[in-house]
Design a protein around this ligand. Structure first.
Ligand SMILES: Cc1ncc(COP(=O)(O)O)c(C=O)c1O
Length: 320
């Protein structure tokens, strides 16, 4: 039993790792599939780690002054993490989000004390499907507000505190929880912070671990495939950015693609067979892990359930 924690920040990280034997049996694959339950973080997503990492790195480097406003472009999860971290540490926080992301996220950030600014989607974009073009509009708005308020831009796509949080946290946790018995790590790319940090941490300990990047079908830019469809429902990533900063010095052993429908079906299967209520990207990760086990039976694959299914009650993911 843990002793009393000085604040909710102490609850970030150290998430459980769960074996999905029922799902493995259902899909008739051979091997071990393990998932980190990142929705057990206080903001119900893995981005609490990145939020704490970016803010503490900026404090250390003297980039963030006491009481200074923090601004961030978010699909909701980084913003929720920052709302929690900034709230506890006394920084006003402005979250800038596309109207294409689910409304639950905006509601949660506002409840945690954030000022939430919603940006219209680009012409032709579909609600619930945030594209790179949508994100560019959100980025422009975030840049404008940052200048106007002399704020600190959390900049999750570039600040090293993001990937460092996974290098010092998620990666070593996976290593300790599996006692080094891991053959593959797979992860759906957003900023690439999780993939970069975990891959570096695992390969330092055992270079033979294979790390696979997951992207949406039709938007696999990092894999170098033709971009045929940037609209997909896997919120939190898959922005079809070919050059993600954090991946520039990280070995990628392979690429996997998952369709929006496959991600949804797997999120539903996770709930039904394993009692794990995650979001779209958790579904994408597990669908990719099953692909890998089909090709490489008998191995141990680790991936993450990036956030909670509760964040998508307003979408078609859980329609009854
Ligand atoms: C639900 C969800 N899945 C996946 C990701 C991608 O994680 P990363 O930015 O570490 O690549 C994010 C990032 O915001 C997310 O919110």
């Amino acid at each position: 039993m843990q002793s009393i924690l000085p604040s909710i920040l102490g609850v970030i990280g150290n998430t459980p790792l769960v074996q999905l034997d029922r799902l493995v049996k259902h899909f008739e694959v051979d091997g071990s599939l393990l998932v980190k339950l990142e929705y057990m973080n206080p903001g119900f997503s893995k981005k609490d780690r990145a939020a704490l990492g970016v803010i503490e790195e900026a404090e250390k480097a003297g980039l963030l002054k006491p009481g200074q406003t923090v601004v961030e472009l978010t699909s909701g999860n980084m913003g929720t993490g920052l709302a929690i971290v900034c709230g506890i540490k006394g920084y006003p926080f402005v979250a800038v989000m596309s109207k294409g992301n689910s409304i639950e996220r905006a509601q949660m950030m506002a409840a945690l004390g954030a000022e939430v600014i919603l940006v219209d989607q680009a012409i032709g974009s579909i609600p619930g499907q945030v594209s790179g073009a949508d994100l560019e509009r959100v980025d422009e708005a975030a840049q404008h507000i940052t200048q106007l308020r002399h704020a600190f831009r959390a900049d999750q796509f570039h600040r090293r505190g993001n990937w460092l949080s996974h290098y010092h946290g998620t990666g070593p946790e996976i290593w300790a929880q599996t006692e080094g018995k891991i053959d593959y790590f797979v992860d759906f790319l957003g900023s690439g912070g999780t993939f970069a940090g975990v891959t570096k941490a695992l390969k330092e300990r055992k270079p033979s671990i294979q790390c696979y990047a997951v992207e949406p079908e039709g938007a696999a830019a990092v894999a170098g495939l033709p971009i045929t469809d940037i609209n997909h429902p896997i919120q939190g990533g898959g922005y079809a950015y070919a050059d993600l900063d954090f991946l520039s010095d990280v070995p990628i052993d392979g690429f996997l693609q998952v369709s929006g429908d496959a991600a949804k079906e797997m999120a539903r299967a996770l709930a039904k067979y394993e009692g794990i209520f995650g979001g779209f990207s958790g579904g994408a990760n597990v669908a990719a892990a099953i692909q890998l086990l089909k090709r490489n039976p008998g191995n141990t694959v680790v991936t993450g359930i990036c956030d909670s299914g509760l964040k998508y009650l307003s979408t078609d993911l859980w329609k009854i």
